[in-house]
Design a protein around this ligand. Structure first.
Ligand SMILES: Cc1cc2nc3c(=O)[nH]c(=O)nc-3n(C[C@H](O)[C@H](O)[C@H](O)COP(=O)(O)OP(=O)(O)OC[C@H]3O[C@@H](n4cnc5c(N)ncnc54)[C@H](O)[C@@H]3O)c2cc1C
Length: 435
């Protein structure tokens, strides 16, 4: 298992999330042959969510995790639970029509509600907060944001509070932004606490989870066989969840999918804790924030008043140089008063982007389901995606099929050239963001 920060020992430290939880003891790895109804590959949010829903329906479920529960994107992300999709509504409208696009939007709201239901149902303590802000850092970006907000209000009933000019500073203690839209459906949480809570819930419902049990090969057929180094699981159905098709995570068990998803590194720094008053001066509503640049900044406060500031991207699987320094500079551009505040954590992870940034859900043959292409917008959506897979395996595939009808293109240039072509595309957008 390649670690994102392995190449740079100075940065090879725990995330704030890992440092702020006590993980349960390592679960056993798979050492035997098992028979189940469903084998789930990957114990991130999407795999755990599917496992919970399947177990509730009486399925016997085995989850195989290459590393530890939520050691991938699910335990490392910005924790922002956001309505909608990384792609916006465009691909849904173009490919499915306005009516289904509305249903898809509605499902993104359902995804947020599901997070809250699970937190309540399984008593998951995960620092849940509602409140979210989209910000624009130039007059041009402000007009783009306003146009997006107005069209979402008109077409999808999106509700937010708009502010521009000096009024923006009622929502954020920064002079950088020209406009903002604040809404309360989206918000944030501590993703690792949430993910460990989901794993506990799944186990309570009878799901068997094996850690350090990478699936090395999968035999397809009427029965699926997932093989690990020391055991195997035979099952009627399989779910390839989340990033498990990405080359960065080891052997591609479904190469036909890997060509449609691209691992992109994104990074977060966590400051030392501040006092409550100083934190409230920066984000008075304790909202999570993200700008509308192509390579975006996303940030929020932790429950102990650290600034968790995310951004930067890497299109190779190696960690960018001077990461901590450049992240600190980005943060100081937004909050000059944080210049010099100690940075205690730097970490990163991979998001799995699809070409059009819309989620890529579907089925290989009759019985292998996959969920990928969350494109950095998966904290809430993964939960619903897992539920849709469980429903589909139980014979209620209607909602799942809406997503699986979306067509996805392969990244141009194949495995070797897709990175350079994506980087060129990104450079173009970065330049645009500067003017
Ligand atoms: C730094 C960062 C910040 C982000 N911020 C946000 C945010 O603020 N808001 C938001 O909505 N989204 C965000 N995201 C995206 C979000 O975290 C993901 O979309 C989501 O967690 C994906 O969950 P998943 O279960 O599908 O995949 P993962 O969490 O990656 O889970 C896949 C699991 O499969 C395991 N696995 C892989 N291969 C195998 C194998 N062969 N055998 C067994 N197991 C295997 C991996 O170890 C991993 O645990 C962020 C992502 C990152 C990396």
């Amino acid at each position: 298992m390649a670690s994102l920060l392995q190449s740079d020992t100075q940065l090879n430290q725990q995330s704030y999330y890992e440092a702020s939880v006590v993980r349960p003891l390592l679960l056993a790895s798979l050492q035997t042959d098992l028979v189940a109804d469903v084998v789930v590959v990957g114990a991130g949010f999407s795999g755990l969510s599917a496992a919970i829903e399947l177990a509730k329906r009486g399925f016997k479920v085995v989850v195989l995790e290459a590393d530890r529960v939520c050691s991938g994107a699910s335990g490392r992300n910005g924790g922002q639970t956001i309505v909608g999709y990384a792609s916006g509504q465009g691909p849904f409208e173009e490919q499915l029509g306005r009516e289904l696009a509305r249903q898809v939007w509605g499902m993104s709201l359902e995804a947020i509600d599901l997070v809250d239901q699970r937190i309540a149902e399984f008593a998951v303590e995960c620092d849940r907060v509602h409140g979210y802000m989209y910000v624009a850092d130039s007059p041009r970006k402000a007009r783009e944001l306003e146009a997006d907000v107005r069209s979402m209000e008109r077409d999808y009933g999106f509700v937010s509070t708009w502010a521009e000019g000096a009024d923006v500073q009622k929502h954020i203690g920064s002079e950088r932004y020209h406009a903002c839209a604040y809404e309360t459906r989206s918000g944030h949480l501590h993703p690792l606490k949430y993910g460990l809570g989901l794993a506990r819930a799944a186990q309570m419902l009878g799901v068997q989870i094996f850690e350090k049990s990478a699936v090395l090969a999968m035999e397809r057929g009427a029965t699926v066989t997932a093989r690990t180094a020391q055991g195997q699981v035979r099952a009627k159905f399989a779910l390839l969840s989340g990033n498990c098709t990405l080359p960065a995570y080891g052997p591609a068990i479904a190469p036909e999918l890997a060509a449609r998803a691209m691992p992109v590194g994104t990074y977060i720094v966590g400051t030392a804790p501040m006092d409550a008053e100083r934190a409230a001066a920066l984000l008075p509503q304790n909202a999570a924030v993200c700008d509308n640049n192509f390579v975006l900044d996303y940030f929020r406060l932790s429950a102990d008043y650290r600034m968790l500031f995310g951004g930067r991207v890497s299109y190779t699987t190696s960690t960018p140089r001077n990461l901590q320094e450049t992240m600190a500079q980005r943060m100081a551009k937004v909050f000059p008063t944080l210049k010099g505040v100690p940075i205690e954590f730097v970490w990163g992870g991979f998001v799995d982007i699809s070409m059009n940034r819309a989620p890529d859900f579907g089925r290989l043959g009759d019985n292998i389901y996959y969920l990928q292409g969350f494109s950095g917008h998966g904290v809430a959506l993964t939960g619903l995606a897992g539920k849709l897979v469980a429903n589909a395996m139980a014979g209620e595939a209607e909602q799942f099929e809406i997503f699986s009808r979306l067509k996805h293109r392969k990244f141009p240039g194949g495995a070797l050239l897709r990175t350079p072509s994506l980087v060129l595309g990104t450079l173009y957008h970065r330049l645009r963001d500067h003017f």
